[in-house]
Design a protein around this ligand. Sequence first.
Ligand code: ZN
Length: 368
Amino acid sequence: MKQVLPGGINRSDLKLCDGRTISYYDSKEVDRSATDKRKDEAQPGIGELRLDPLVNEWVSVASHRQHRVFLPPKDLCPLCASTADKLTEIPDKDYEVVVFTNRSPALTTPSNNWSLPQITGIDTPNADAAGACEVVCYTSDHGASFAKLSEKQIRTVLEAWKDRDNALSKLPFIKHIFPFENRGEEVGVTLSHPHGQIYAYSFLPPRIEKMLEAAKAHLVKTGRVLLDDVIAREIKDQKRIISQNAEWIAYVPFAARYPFEIHLAPKRGVASMGELDELQSAAFPAIAKEILSRLDGVFGIEMAYIASWYQAPVNVGRDCLRLHWQIVSVRRQPGKLKYLSGSESAMGAFIMDLEPEQSAQQLKDVKL
Ligand SMILES: [Zn+2]
């Protein structure tokens, strides 16, 4: 199946040997027909959602994930394109951007009549771990990184994110969609090939519940959208702004939690990724590349980071929660990491040893 997306991006869908779909996203017309020559392997079963009654939060238990590949050498990388003597997750011999379902997903398609159990304390029943976990390969170049992609390539990644956001939000069991990237072994990356993931949850994750509460309260009290007011304060204060263009603004937030934390938001707010229009999409690649290059430039080393897209859930909060990208780095100095210690891990109370204004200055001072 072929489809042309905004920005002139072509999508071609094919099947992998075990029935998973692989979508190729190309900035030009390419014939994608390579078949997966690997032996058909059964897909793992579905995990379960258990309620932690102490906080009323769902925990996804997926024991089949213990056997996944851990940091394989480059010649065994499953995210590189296939060659004559090495068959990978990507059957074609080259690609721009591909998306496919994770081979050992923590969340997966449930049976037809699935529904999330009502929370009734300690007796809350378990449920199948419904949702979706997808892999987004940013490039076929094993040694690249998001910051090193061309602007054209970043646009292709953005269109893939938007396309998957649109598709996943149509599935009846999906409540929230979370595209993200972990980079660096320091943040638990098991494959060094440049890639991100999309988790689509069948429940609202705790942090989204909290954000929703704050955004709702602000809307009721002021009639305004919270992120709009947050951005207005950044513009008024000026000193934490790292970069901006006509459509996007990047800043270190007023109460940053990590030594290096950058938020990037569209100036004209949208509820979710799929709503970004042509002007916003066209203006994204340059500033995305710039801020990630600044992050790498601070210490002149590739920074480990977690880049997370926050957006409104599929069915609620679309009037008050707004799309933005939060990039946090756990590195304080070369050779020094910020570990989440007792206060952060157990209490969720963050302690920052660097003033956000100071880290904003360091990011601005990077010569690109
Ligand atoms: Zn690779």
